[in-house]
Design a protein around this ligand. Sequence first.
Ligand SMILES: *Cc1c(COP(=O)(O)O)cnc(C)c1O
Length: 373
Amino acid sequence: MSRPAKLIIDLSALRHNVTIAKNCCALGGLVAVLKANAYGHGAIEVAFAIEDQVNMFAVSSIEEAEQLRDAGIQKPILLLEGCFNAVELKICQARDFAVVVHCDKQLSELESITLSTPLSVWLKVDSGMHRLGMNAKEAKSAYQRLTASQNVVGEPILMTHMASSDLLEQNYTVQQLDVFNRLSQELKSTGLAKTMKTSIGNSGSILGWPEASSDWARPGIMLYGLSPFTAPHAIADKLKPVMTLKSEVIAVREIAAGERVGYGSTWQASRRSVIATVAIGYGDGYPRNAKSGTPVLVNGNTAYLAGRVSMDMLSIDVTDIAPVSIGDEVTLWGQGLNANLVAEWADTIGYELVTRMPLRVAKTYLSQVFERR
Ligand SMILES: *Cc1c(COP(=O)(O)O)cnc(C)c1O
């Protein structure tokens, strides 16, 4: 038997989630965010599975974009951080990548290069997150310069990113929208913008802030079936998890009350206990800081992490769900056990758990609805 730790990627769940995103953005197009290897799900497989459902893809680097083109993806691809140097602009022209311009350096490089065909450009506005983008004043002149540049197709698309769209009770999103909408109105009323297309929504905005609707939504995490919210949410709760992390029990033992389990002997049995050892650890992307008590499914029943996670293994208390045997299937997160819940026990978010899966854990794709060309 080969090592049982594996990732199951359910492409029909992915397509279901894209449909939910589409329904939320009926008036605009969808840019599916595939950065970081599609949040750990495999960018090429994900892109092929949903290419017919979305308008465009977005990634963080030219390497990620080229990987998709090399594989045969034909839809437009947007570089969310733009080009890191002028050489990349030539590649964007050759391979039909759209670029974000978020700073003056990128703007000048784009203006001064000689391109045989113009690029689609997205102008990033800093409406309050203060990570990337130009403030309203800079953006006004940049919009004008980009519109005038021979290297730009038509007018740029005006985009921004929300800092707190997952916090539905906060009004920071409203403040950001206000900054952004005032700028876009001004560009229109002064005649600087004739067409004015906008892009705002990440998953939190798409699901939680209908007033943030725009011409191009940019969903990421929701496509992978994880809610951006911690509280229940009517639409987000209909998403289906795409990634399921599984392994198997490789040892079972009984220990007496008072005995301890794992490195550092941090977990102590309060009663006579049955402990199962599972072939998965932090070397497989399971978070080492998951606390004792983190839920784990064994044959569909809930057991609990007992003691520290090792590199290749972890221990679980299965006393209440015995009998458990070698070879029994264990689900660490995914179908039946939400990754966001496991993430909470490890002081992180579902985004991080799925994205940082190492290549060591092989992926199996279910319902390969659309075969790779
Ligand atoms: C990652 C990213 C998104 C997607 O965000 P989610 O919260 O995963 O939906 C959208 N826009 C930009 C600019 C991003 O960097």
